[in-house]
Design a protein around this ligand. Sequence first.
Ligand code: C5P
Length: 314
Amino acid sequence: EAWWPDDDEQDRPLPSTVKVRVPAKINLHLGVGPLRRDGFHELRTVYHAISLHDEVTARRGDTLTLTMEGEGAGSLALDDSNLIIRAAHALAEFAKVNAHARLHLRKQIPLAGGLAGGSADAAATLVACDALWGTGVPRDELARLAASLGSDVPFLIHGGTALGTGRGEAVSPVLARAHTWHWVLGLAEGGLSTPDVYRELDRLRLAGEAPEPLGDTDDLMAALRQRDPAVLAAALGNDLQAAAISLRPALGEVLRAGTEVGALTGLVSGSGPTCVFLASSADHAGEVAAGLEKAGVCRAVRVAQGPVIGARAI
Ligand code: C5P
């Protein structure tokens, strides 16, 4: 029988297993604007994907199931409220296929940590199920589905360093010469609820107790182009930091401890409570991490580099 390779993707056999790796994010600049009528705040943020990863594996199945291991196992609900399950249903509904898959999550990104761990898992699930089911959803449609699941999800499909506007879901890549930045993460015991932190910022602003808003991203963009960690350190900022510290005063001590052991600067990651510290090199990051561990103010300490790519099959 004649055999010839066909280049029609539609006729290729579907994979039986797809494994997708997805990064955590930090915000190099998180400017929070006014509360909108839809309950979200207008944002101007610079997202940065870092080398702390979750992994979602999708296998063929007769129903939709989810299992997990790692960070938060035992406390993360694996039912229909889980963003992974919601992402699989959203894609299946859009592509008009059965949402049948056995999904497994290997988690390193802490829950409710301000690192977009849940959003990362949703992004990974969209990419994994798209490949498993052969739905071939165009990138812009995938981004639309992603945005329906959470403000950070579109960025986590992209990865890299990107400007986020709207409620954070409108992303455009930041064009900068390739440069690796070195980070140290101080993980906290227990998470912070993102809506609570935004609400606290609104309260502080109304009471006139919030610091001046950050404003535009010009300084940060200029700092990224200079590729000098001391310059970047001076340009990092997060409007949610005061609110996170107000709800969790111990974060002030974590930030102090990080700079005391030599970090160039420290800030709260997103809505917290993870704190992120900038180092000048991989070796320096190792020293800062060791010092921070010794200070005993964090549940765990991690080193990471950025930028890294977004959700991709491996
Ligand atoms: O979009 P996401 O599900 O991550 O948002 C979680 C919550 O964080 C929202 O329900 C809202 O309370 C708050 N949020 C906000 N403004 C944004 C993004 C999130 O107020 N731009």
